[in-house]
Design a protein around this ligand. Sequence first.
Ligand SMILES: [Zn+2]
Length: 307
Amino acid sequence: MNWLTNFVRPKIKALVGAAPKPAAPDNLWVKCPNCEQMLFHRDLEANMHVCSFCNHHLRIGPQKRLELLFDDGAFEKHPLPKTVIDPLKFRDRKRYSDRLKETQSELSESDALVIGSGRMGGKPVVAAVFNFSFMGGSMGIAVGEGIVAAARLAVDRRCPLMIFPASGGARMQEGILSLMQMPRTTLAVQELKEAGLPYIVVLTDPTTGGVTASFAMLGDIAIAEPGAVIGFAGLRVIQDTIREALPEGFQRAEYLRDHGIIDMVVHRHQLRDTLIRIFSLLGEGKPTPNLPATNSSGVQRLAGKVA
Ligand SMILES: [Zn+2]
């Protein structure tokens, strides 16, 4: 039995000991990126992902955002329109098409935008929410097409549209085609305005680049979440260009409100009620729409009007 106790048992022990112990889930506590306090995940969830120590608004994904907005958290999700994938056959360290596929399977989303419709205060509303976790919420063809589809859905249903940007700007892997989404989304917003329907933007952290330079700044009422970074170029780029230190709080929601760029900074706890109040104040559009409520191309409709 000697060889069993002296040789086999230590080997087995070594093997078992080397196996990883069942680790405690590491996502029970979240560190606040602002004050670095540890927040218990259930408390954070109950507080709408706002830090209970410093009031910092943590980033939230589209699913959570839509649940927080709609009556009883119930909404219908609309798939993004099918678009051409990787038209430029772009490649950096990896192929863009591979990068896209990886992110799609990791997040189970087709691109950086989620469209949902439901009721708020009993009235129908369409929402488009950016997903910053999806390649920095960058706007390529799919996102641009999604915003056009969301605007068209709101026009067809004669209801308000709200957009929640959280984006680093244009998707550079799609080159000029991503920049073309700036005029396209602007035209989509124009369709809503012509139908007299409310269009509200809630700027969330961060809203920058080509997104800021297009539909995000065209809301009838521009709302932002507290502390959100909102700007076109990055802080350091501006500082290096003008060779001057920028003021405290530059490009933050509160700074932009104080300087007249946006209308309101609303705490996440009050956001739903504020939006419902705004929709009721802005009304439900013109009684007789001057645009045919069909699903023909909005761009064509507008082009026809100009011609
Ligand atoms: Zn905090």
